[in-house]
Design a protein around this ligand. Sequence first.
Ligand SMILES: [Fe+2]
Length: 353
Amino acid sequence: MQQLADPKQSLPLEISPGPGDGRSLDDLLAWVATEKSALETSLLKHGALRFHGFDIPDAQAFERLALAISPDLKNQYLGTSPRNARSEFTFTASELPPHYPIMQHCEMSFLPSAPTRLFFACTMASGAAGETPMADCRAVWRGLAPAVRGRFAERGIRIIRNYGPPTGGSRLDPWQLKSWPEVFGTQDRAEVEATAAREGTRCEWREDGGLRLLREQPAMQRHPLTGEEVWFNHAQVFHSEAARFEYRHILRRQPSLRSLGVTALLESLTAAKRVLRRPDDFATHCTYADGSEIPVADIRHLIDVFWRHMVFPRWERGDVVVIDNFSTSHGRMPFHGPREILVAFTQGQVVAA
Ligand SMILES: [Fe+2]
């Protein structure tokens, strides 16, 4: 098999059939079995592997490849994206509308035990855009201005999530997340509190029946295997001002009337939110660990640094990407037309700051 890294950017390492190599799933599985340890080393170094040019057409084939690389796949999901199961260990990556940007994040970095690896597969590529960009979060941490990095390092962060009530809440609320019974798979508040406590998260029950989750954590965590310092938290996703800065970058990359419209809408919604709600009541938000606000300029700088480090491999049907979740973030670019990206993820591992 050929293994190629872009000389300008080591992320991801691309693996494709060389001359004379078979491209079937069985060919690839046989190669993975013999190269397992080299693949582990490459994943740690590059942060992501991209299998390209192989015959991996559906969820079942994708699951077999993912299990061959990581037998510890898991199928319980406590994140924020709506997803549908496609096989025992694979899901659609996100059912969020196509225009909705998904900012760079390390999966579930707001929980004490995040998956070590993620797998994505393309079973249907959109005509244009819809990439799953990635960024090296070791480089992001190093790339922050020293004063900004110092504030995050010293003060830590608090992640705030507000999930809707069992009734689903108001359909007119543009910021409403899914309901807490959908997230936890139960309507039993005691059971929810017990699960949250195991995740080091506090529950506050809201008057409207919704649930606020609060958790403090360091902004930087060390990679559990290499010890490297990594930006490992969801501030750039959950901060209430983040989406409008993100969309300014998206508008530059995907200039269109739709991007312009979404950018303008986000700017006005963010301004309205500041007037109408307390920060604790935003669907998601992030403060320093003591509850004081992070300067908005720091959030803007953080998102600029992410964009300087993002890569945008184009999806083709059959592509599979493996990501070291403790060094490398992922997101989603807006797109048009049909598109299906599947995801699988491994068991969690506790990381230490
Ligand atoms: Fe994700």
